[in-house]
Design a protein around this ligand. Structure first.
Ligand SMILES: Cc1ncc(COP(=O)(O)O)c(C=O)c1O
Length: 342
């Protein structure tokens, strides 16, 4: 039997700041539009296998062509698909440590090996060393999140170019699930220049649509032709595509939500970076990554307040999603109490 790395995301009751979701639901106005769309849906028909409308909407929003895009059941499925297409028994996926745990899951389920390059504590890395090690191990694919989950660190476009140029013959997959929260430029602008580049994006985070499962992969047209050809035909259901199109028509409002989260992230970071028994790192995503030698005490305090954060068992690290102002204030209150306790 294959040994597959599992993924765990516990869903307890309380204030959920463990999965980097948006804290607020879609505005009522948008939900009303969705209700209307539900009423006119042909539930008896299979979804459009060409994903025409949803790809058109995403292409327009990002300044891309439909032929450079594929949609999946969350960007997760896109990551799984690209791993399935290129890797298999004996192949090597090269990534950072720490990074998103699903890479291990997919690589192991296709019997590929994951090789990790440990970053600095803040998620930054010596790229020359990263490249050297990647060549030494003979990597078959590079995949990493940018901004990084869990550290929130984000490489700039020049650094992404350095990695792409160093590995012209293998696919380099840049997972931009949190890119909307970063001031850095997306690698989407590089897909025709670097034929080895694959970028994944999602509506789960900044667009607050984790529940509908809609993600995208972008790459040069010739690459997408192959990946589309080998993809399951009805991966994205009709309702998800309709909701995605409606949400994208309201992208300007989403921009306001993103700015609010970024402001809140900076406010919270400004407070927590002064704390003595906690170490936090600058983040370009919708979460903060922290460490503490007394993490168990912190987790207990969070638990007492029914706040669920992401714990990295077996280490001193944890991650807190940035929520609404009042939710962040609750977090700050617990962190201050922790400072007084330890
Ligand atoms: C770095 C990263 N990539 C991809 C995903 C998957 O997102 P989704 O499948 O919801 O698009 C997540 C979700 O937490 C993530 O943190």
């Amino acid at each position: 039997m294959k040994k597959i790395t599992t993924y765990e995301s516990p869903r307890n009751a309380g204030l959920l700041l463990n999965a980097n979701e948006l804290s607020s639901n879609l505005p009522k106005k948008i939900r009303a539009e969705i209700s209307e769309a539900v009423m006119t849906t042909d539930f008896n028909r299979y979804p459009d296998p060409s994903q025409k409308e949803v790809l058109e909407a995403y292409a327009k929003m990002q300044g891309l062509k439909e032929s450079q895009l594929l949609a999946g059941n969350g960007s997760d499925q896109m990551l799984g698909h690209v791993i399935c297409y290129f890797l298999g028994h004996g192949k090597k996926l090269y990534t950072f440590a720490p990074d998103f745990s699903m890479y291990d899951y997919y690589a192991s389920s296709y019997e590929a090996e994951t090789v990790k390059f440990r970053t600095e504590e803040d998620g930054s890395a010596d790229l020359n060393a990263f490249i050297g090690r990647g060549k030494e191990v003979n990597a078959d694919m590079i995949m990493f999140s940018n901004p990084n989950n869990p550290t929130g660190h984000c490489f700039d476009l020049n650094e992404i170019r350095t990695i792409l140029s160093a590995f012209p013959d293998i696919p380099v997959v840049v997972d931009e699930a949190y890119m909307e929260f970063s001031a850095k430029e997306s690698a989407l602008s590089l897909i025709e220049e670097y034929r080895n580049l694959y970028v994944t994006r999602t509506l789960s985070k900044a667009y607050g649509l984790a529940g509908i499962r809609l993600g995208f992969m972008a790459s040069a047209e010739e690459n997408m032709k192959k990946l589309k050809g080998s993809f399951v035909p009805y991966a994205v259901n009709t309702l998800t595509m309709k909701i995605g199109v409606i949400a994208m028509a309201h992208a300007a409002e989403t921009g306001d939500v993103i700015r609010e989260i970024v402001n809140e992230r900076e406010r919270v970071y400004g407070e927590v970076k002064k704390m003595k028994n906690l170490k936090f790192y600058p983040s370009e995503a919708n979460f903060l990554y922290g460490r503490s030698a007394a993490k168990e005490v912190l987790l207990k305090l969070m638990d007492e307040e029914q706040i669920v954060i992401r714990n990295y068992a077996g280490s001193d690290a944890f991650r807190i999603t940035i929520g609404k102002k009042e939710e962040n204030d609750r977090i700050l209150a617990v962190l201050r109490k922790f400072e007084e306790t330890v």
